[in-house]
Design a protein around this ligand. Structure first.
Ligand code: ATP
Length: 741
């Protein structure tokens, strides 16, 4: 029961007739004064406050000024959930006031009115298309791996099996230095995203092992310990390492990550390995509890690599890393056994961005380090920019229009891709949002609309099938050419790994398709996914470094790429000045209506997902018998109403929408303090934001709380003992899952 319903029960009114007579004579007694006043105003047909009057102005009929259903009550269908009351626009809005709506009525706010004004009229950092751009992270044209000291076996393996011919700039600098100076210095490798940092530390390590001309095999012990912040990244480094050393089958890598069975990891360690790659928590766990790992490291260990150093710090692994270092430093090195290896431990730290955290880690983990960077030490910051060839785009979108603009963006990318007749190609798009609940909502909104999809991998991958009309460019008769993925830290490790693998590999299911992955920042670091054409930041990142890592999932190793950042009108617009130094090549500023919505929604006919036929139409067919086409904004409104209707009629989807919205607002409040001036939850228009989750009202106004809706089985109030146990269980789970957002 809503707040308003309960209020009706508590009041006595002289309600002997409805209608205008009430305006003069409404008398309300009982209850709190605020409730009495609200009830009285309601009966008199007034809204409560200036703010509510503004909201009421927003509650208008969609598309009326723009060629829609002006001034009419569009639809009331009691068979399909609560009736929709779509109010008239602009000056006519007062017509609906004074009318008492039935309890199950919903007043549907228009998408295109009462939105906050966009103040940015001029792009101050224009991307100049006429300037020829050299990809900043591409392989160099003239240099060769052989001249850098990489062993011959590896060079031919790189060329023939991995199709890697020439080194990138950071590899050209790092490989000879690490080979020549190992044992004298530690190294800090600092370079742009997608510039090949993984090979810049793996190649010199493996070359040094191969060049020492001593017979080694898995029983020789582990030469390198590589620590990465996420399981996904650790698995990826393991894959690259496995591929590299497949030319020398006697070398063996071993992966230690949370979420895997410890017993099988122990068994692998017992068999022997030469490279240990893993996440900090699990590595420390083995160092403290598995005797065999110390045996593996003793005498042979020479290299410790901390990849994505800033993320390791951000996730709070500083103590874990210190513990690992302490244990490892106590293990003796026997330089007689491998005299050609460095005589002391070499520490390497890699990062694309410099933060206070990474500086702290650098001071803790490195001694006498050499900075290997695309810039000089003085201007090392200069490389912390987005790749030159990345085409950055920014659009300022009012909160109510976020969802429909996202749909239009994805639609436009798909349409362009399909137009290239991509028989065997695959295009990938990554959409970043801030929390798992939002991922769940968007995943379902864009894949589960009408049951025309096939679930794969425990329902974290959906192949859209014929008849699916969620995107405006889809027709009933054609294959939608789209596969939708979700990835976040609340999924089991198995599902996360299989989903990522499915997204990254070309196979019969993905051939010729546009793959769209909705994810949290769990996919922003270090992941190297092939042919990612676009990155969309629907929610701005928590810190500017995350922005660089997110957009860095495209435009890698010299490839082209595009990214689109969504900002809200108002304070968020100033974020553009803040990120300008990171985009020396400028950006395109897109108008959400002209550049995104219009191309997606014109020349199509978006049908309502109920049985309703537009009342202003004598017929929904034109004189040639084809479906009538509507204006782009009417189509956009209809598309959004379809989502809203689904929320109203489908309780599971509604639950996802409510949870997504609540978690989104909570996550918004956690932007770092330096960036709070752009992203402050106080600036959010929560009612409008709710609309972008398909909700017609804020969940609180709807009487829904996450605890009521999402966690129905939880007791309303938890006693302190239970709370303590729950917190302990959570802490334990947190440690086990290591990285879970
Ligand atoms: N010399 C090269 N020539 C061509 N491709 C390369 C070369 N070196 C690396 N690559 C490819 O470039 C991609 C990016 O490499 P890598 O993941 O190591 O980049 P990174 O600098 O670690 O990026 P991030 O900072 O995002 O983690 C990989 O697909 C890799 O195979």
């Amino acid at each position: 029961m809503s707040d308003d319903d309960s209020m009706l029960l508590n009041f006595t009114t002289n309600d002997d007739s409805a209608g205008n007579s009430f305006k003069q004579s409404a008398k309300v007694t009982g209850g709190r004064w605020k409730d009495r006043r609200r009830m009285k105003m309601k009966l008199e047909g007034k809204t409560g406050s200036r703010k509510r009057r503004a909201d009421a102005a927003a509650d208008q009929i969609p598309g009326s000024e723009r060629g829609g259903d002006s001034g009419k009550k569009v639809h009331r269908d009691n068979t399909d959930g609560p009736a929709e009351q779509e109010g008239p626009k602009g000056r006519n809005a007062h017509n609906t006031q004074g009318r008492i709506l039935p309890a199950d009525s919903q007043f549907v706010s228009s998408l295109f009115t009462s939105n906050r004004e966009i103040t940015t009229a001029v792009n101050t950092n224009i991307h100049d298309e006429s300037v020829a751009i050299n990809p900043s992270n591409a392989p160099l044209k003239t240099d060769l791996f052989a001249s850098l000291g990489v062993s011959d076996v590896l060079v031919s393996h790189l060329e023939q099996k991995m199709r890697i011919q020439k080194p990138t700039s950071i590899q050209k600098q790092a490989i000879p230095q690490v080979i020549a100076n190992a044992g004298k210095n530690d190294f800090f490798i600092h370079a742009q995203t997608g510039s090949g940092k993984t090979l810049s530390y793996l190649l010199p390590i493996i070359s040094t092992i191969l060049n020492m001309e001593t017979r080694v095999d898995r029983s020789s012990g582990a030469f390198a310990l590589i620590v990465a912040p996420t399981r996904e990244l650790a698995s990826q480094i393991y894959q690259v390492c496995s591929t590299l050393i497949s030319c020398c089958h006697y070398l063996v890598p071993c992966l230690l990550i949370g979420g895997e069975r410890k017993k099988s990891e122990k068994a692998r360690l017992r068999k022997g390995c030469n490279f240990i790659i893993g996440t900090p928590g699990r590595i420390l766990d083995h160092l403290q509890n598995t005797k065999v790992i110390t045996e593996q490291l003793s005498q042979s260990l020479r290299y410790i690599v901390l990849d994505e150093g800033d993320k390791l710090m951000e996730l709070g692994f500083d103590e874990t890393i210190s513990e690992i270092m302490k244990i490892v430093h106590d293990i003796p090195i026997n330089s007689d056994k491998f005299p050609k290896l460095p005589h002391k431990l070499v520490h390497m730290l890699c990062s694309a961005t410099l933060t206070d955290g990474v500086n702290k880690l650098r001071n803790v983990a490195l001694k006498d380090y050499k900075l290997i960077s695309n810039g000089t030490k003085k201007d090392a910051d200069a490389v912390t920019v987005a790749p030159d060839q990345l085409l950055q785009r920014i659009t300022i979108v009012p909160p109510k229009l976020r969802l429909v603009t996202l749909a239009a963006t994805l639609n436009n990318i798909t349409k362009d891709f399909v137009a290239t007749d991509p028989q065997s190609k695959t295009l990938r798009t990554i959409v970043f949002v801030t929390c798992s609940d939002s991922v769940e909502f968007h995943y379902d909104a864009f894949s589960g609309s009408n049951g025309h999809h096939k679930n794969l991998i425990g329902d974290s991958v959906r192949v859209l099938t014929k008849g699916n009309t969620i995107f405006p460019c889809f027709s009933n008769s054609e294959d939608p050419n789209m596969v939708i993925y979700k990835l976040h830290g609340s999924l089991s490790q198995q599902i996360r790994s299989s989903t990522l693998q499915h997204f990254a590999r070309d196979n019969e299911v993905t051939k010729g398709k546009h793959l769209i992955m909705f994810c949290t920042d769990v996919a922003s670091r270090g992941l190297d996914l092939p042919q990612v054409g676009s990155v969309i930041e629907l929610d701005p990142p928590f810190a500017v470094e995350d922005h660089l890592h997110r957009v860095g999932r495209t435009a890698r190793a010299g490839e082209k790429g595009e990214s689109l950042l969504f900002l809200l009108p108002g304070e968020e617009e100033k974020y553009m000045d803040y990120i300008q130094p990171y985009h020396p090549m400028g950006w395109e500023l897109l108008q959400f209506d002209k550049d995104i919505l219009t191309p997606a929604f014109k020349d199509v006919n978006v049908n309502r997902n109920d049985k309703y036929v537009r009342k202003d139409d004598k017929s929904s067919k034109n004189k040639n018998g084809a479906d009538k086409e509507y204006e782009w904004d009417t189509n956009a409104t209809t598309w959004h109403l379809n989502i809203e209707r689904r929320v109203v009629g489908d309780s599971t989807f509604k639950n996802l929408a409510v949870k997504g919205y609540i978690s989104h607002v909570r996550a918004y409040a956690t932007h770092i303090s330096q960036e709070k001036k752009f992203f402050n939850v106080k600036f959010l228009h929560l009612g409008h934001l709710a609309k972008s989750f398909g909700l017609r009202e804020r969940p609180k106004a709807m009487g829904l709380q996450s605890s009521k809706d999402g966690d129905a089985d939880k007791p309303a109030k938890e006693n302190s003992k239970n709370k303590m146990f729950r917190m302990a269980r959570m802490a334990e789970k947190q440690i086990a899952s290591e990285f879970n957002y």
